[in-house]
Ligand binder design. Structure first.
Ligand code: NAD
Length: 299
């Protein structure tokens, strides 16, 4: 029997882990966290502040609430201490299958027997990870979008033997935090909305890297068409170009299709530490990106 979720543990407190842990803490859950880098939460809060400043939607939490909420998250240097007594453990370590399997193996070893184990992976179905545990019925994908952007929704997907109660408990948890659950009925890489976003990334990255169009014109067009304050390249800067690259690689490893291989120009940017908002340099420069300046749309 699944326990009611009261205590949540986050493993990996980068951009996403910090947002998940902090939102849960602000919504009354007892939250613990672990990251191999103890400065991760602090660093991520700086990025979250920058993301909110560039957002056009009302943020779910104000920058002050993010900071206060993060203080209620208890940080542990060791994973076994962080997951102790947790009802739900969610990992948000980098998008690497081997790393995620290794983390799940540890989560399984140290979390209570009845705890739900979730991955925030952007692309890897949990069925690839669940075999690292002895509790596949309690494993699932819960894929949050950037909450700091006011995107209060999460894809929800089970693996080969996820129990319906596991999905129900996760759905109830999301709802209790004001998040909309997007259940996936049949396993698919990329889940629900994230697969749509991924198709846009793949196409626009190739159009830019192969020299067909200026990426700024793609962003301009997107902003005019959909009324958003940034286009796909501005959005990729927000996600983190290292994260985008890793996600694209995970698709490429799966299909072997050259169309899925991210362009070398993107890898070059990652190697130069041009990762977007988090390093203040990506397709645009921060904190004053060109797309946010007057005259960008009508140069
Ligand atoms: P990030 O690079 O900001 O954070 C990853 C964190 O994991 C870092 O703080 C790092 O120190 C930590 N870490 C690395 N190895 C570890 C280990 N062995 N043990 C403990 N901690 C470890 O990445 P992110 O953007 O937060 O992405 C995390 C996950 O969430 C990825 O799977 C990504 O695909 C997914 N995701 C990202 C976004 C986004 O907008 N960035 C959105 C949805 C989902």
């Amino acid at each position: 029997m699944i326990r009611k979720i009261k205590k949540v543990a986050a493993v990996g407190t980068g951009i996403m882990g910090t947002q998940i842990a902090t939102l849960a803490a602000c919504r009354g859950y007892e939250v613990s966290a672990h990251d191999r880098d103890e400065q991760a939460i602090q660093r991520s809060l700086e990025s979250i502040r920058a993301i909110i400043e560039l957002s056009w939607k009302e943020p779910i939490l104000t920058p002050e609430e993010w900071e206060r909420g993060a203080q209620r998250v208890t940080f542990f240097e060791e994973l076994p201490d962080a997951v102790k007594g947790a009802d739900l453990v969610i990992e948000a370590v980098p998008e690497d299958l081997d790393l995620k399997r290794e983390i799940f193996e540890q989560m399984d070893r140290y979390a209570p027997e009845r705890a739900i184990l979730a991955t925030n992976s952007s692309s890897i179905p949990v069925s690839r990870i669940e075999t690292a545990t002895n509790r596949p019925q309690l494993c699932l994908n819960i894929h949050f979008y950037s909450l700091a952007m006011g995107v209060n929704m999460a894809d929800l997907m089970g693996g080969r033997s996820t129990a319906p109660e596991t999905l129900d408990a996760a759905k109830a948890w999301l709802r209790s935090m004001g998040c909309v659950a997007l259940p996936v009925k049949k396993e698919i890489k990329g889940f629900c909305f994230n697969r749509v976003w991924r198709a846009i990334k793949r196409e626009t990255l190739h159009m830019w890297a192969e020299g067909f169009v200026d990426y700024k014109d793609i962003d301009r067009a997107w902003m005019i068409a959909y009324g958003t304050p940034q286009g796909p390249f501005g959005m990729m800067d927000r996600v983190g170009l290292d994260v985008v690259y890793a996600i694209e690689m995970s698709y490429y490893h799966e299909t072997g299709n050259i169309r899925d291989c991210p362009p070398k120009a993107l890898k070059d940017m990652v190697d130069q530490n041009k990762l977007g908002i988090k390093t203040k340099e990506g397709f645009y420069s921060y904190p004053d990106p060109e797309y946010a300046r007057p005259g960008f749309i009508l140069p």
